[in-house]
Design a protein around this ligand. Structure first.
Ligand code: HEC
Ligand code: HEC
Ligand code: HEC
Ligand code: HEC
Ligand code: HEC
Length: 237
């Protein structure tokens, strides 16, 4: 009898472990193939966002300045790096590829981390002007030694936020360098309470509509979240 019992418990353990392995495999495959989160391609230079943004406080827009005023967020050129590295750590082995690119005038070919399919369009400016911080979609990049994909980028994720932006959106943070005028982003309707001009953020130009009436004249500020469009043609050609 005792023998029989131990066989039964062994069986239960076997099935439990079997279930655990199956489900975790399915989950990991789902995570990796469908959502693609954690994707982290190798890069030609060991560039660390942690060193540049967390340790030395360089704002995101200093390097990715077009995110604020175009659909696209560019990767900085070799010249932008050389502003500092022509003198700073220039003889370091890690800077060697940068020097080579500078001397040969050949750009560094970085490998893309974030990409949506060609039949889809995305627009950085619209999101930034709606007070959505980079970290909402890219995570706290300033804490990353190497950038990895933080969000799934699936259509359901985009639409889910378009239906209820407040569920996901993180308000602008200082390190991002967007709307860096003297504004405290502690409440969603800050625009109604604070009449600061934010025409001159620290880096880059910022474009938006002029609001009148309820707000002060000639003070520019971003659109607060509104229900974003769900029409297919907003994101598809
Ligand atoms: C505003 C100035 C500034 C700019 C622009 C800048 N960096 Fe840096 N970088 C730094 C600082 C500061 C450090 C840390 C130096 C230290 O550890 O003493 C650093 C460190 C590095 C290191 C590590 C060097 C080592 O030997 O530890 C690499 C690699 C690097 N940067 C690459 C880049 C690349 C590529 C770009 C352009 C995309 C760039 N940096 C743009 C300021 C800058
Ligand atoms: C000193 C310049 C510099 C600063 C400051 C900087 N970045 Fe970057 N960023 C780069 C470079 C160079 C790359 C390409 C290499 C890589 O992917 O690591 C990059 C890549 C990225 C990517 C991945 C792009 C892709 O391939 O899809 C994201 C997202 C990103 N940065 C966001 C940020 C955010 C958010 C901040 C502010 C916390 C920031 N960056 C600050 C230079 C910078
Ligand atoms: C609403 C979500 C969202 C926000 C907010 C956002 N991004 Fe992005 N970002 C994306 C998506 C989606 C892509 C891929 C776009 C594509 O494939 O066309 C991307 C791509 C990028 C890239 C890579 C571009 C390339 O061509 O290699 C960089 C760099 C980047 N973002 C930086 C930033 C920075 C810096 C901020 C804040 C100022 C920011 N992003 C805010 C969603 C976002
Ligand atoms: C954090 C929430 C959030 C996420 C995530 C998000 N969006 Fe948006 N999106 C918005 C908001 C808010 C607006 C601006 C709506 C407005 O001002 O009326 C917007 C606007 C847009 C617009 C411009 C619409 C227009 O009227 O011109 C496009 C295109 C767009 N989003 C595409 C995408 C795509 C593609 C993704 C996924 C890769 C995505 N968005 C993810 C919140 C989000
Ligand atoms: C907010 C942006 C957004 C809107 C609005 C949107 N899509 Fe998409 N769609 C995406 C993104 C991003 C992808 C690519 C990622 C993915 O496959 O999930 C995509 C992928 C697709 C695909 C390919 C799916 C696949 O598995 O290959 C189809 C089909 C599609 N969308 C149809 C539609 C239709 C029909 C509508 C209108 C009812 C619509 N989309 C509205 C963002 C959007």
């Amino acid at each position: 009898m005792a023998e029989l019992n131990s066989v039964k418990t062994k069986n239960i353990f076997f099935w439990l472990i079997w279930l655990l392995i199956t489900f975790s495999t399915i989950y990991l495959l789902y995570d990796f193939i469908i959502k693609n989160t954690g994707f982290m391609p190798s890069q030609p230079i060991q560039f660390s966002h942690k060193v540049h943004s967390e340790d030395f406080g360089i704002k995101c827009l200093y390097c990715h300045s077009s995110a604020e005023n175009s659909s696209y967020s560019e990767i900085p050129t070799t010249y932008s790096c050389m502003v500092c590295h022509i003198a700073l750590k220039n003889s370091s082995a890690l800077i060697k590829p940068l020097n080579e690119s500078f001397d040969s005038e050949k750009p560094i070919i970085w490998n893309r981390v974030y990409r949506i399919p060609d039949y889809t369009k995305f627009n950085h400016q619209v999101h930034i002007n709606s007070l959505i911080d980079c970290s909402t979609c890219h995570g706290e990049v300033e804490k990353m030694e190497k950038v990895y994909q933080f969000r799934p980028l699936t259509m359901s994720w985009c639409i889910d936020c378009h239906r209820s932006p407040k569920k996901y959106a993180i308000l602008p943070r200082e390190i991002s360098g967007i709307f860096t005028a003297d504004i405290k982003f502690d409440s969603l309707d800050f625009a109604k309470k604070n009449y600061y001009s934010i025409i001159s953020p620290a880096y880059g130009m910022w474009l938006s509509d002029f609001y009148e009436g309820e707000y002060l004249k000639n003070v520019v500020y971003p659109r607060v979240f509104s229900r974003a469009n769900e029409n297919c043609s907003v994101c598809h050609y």
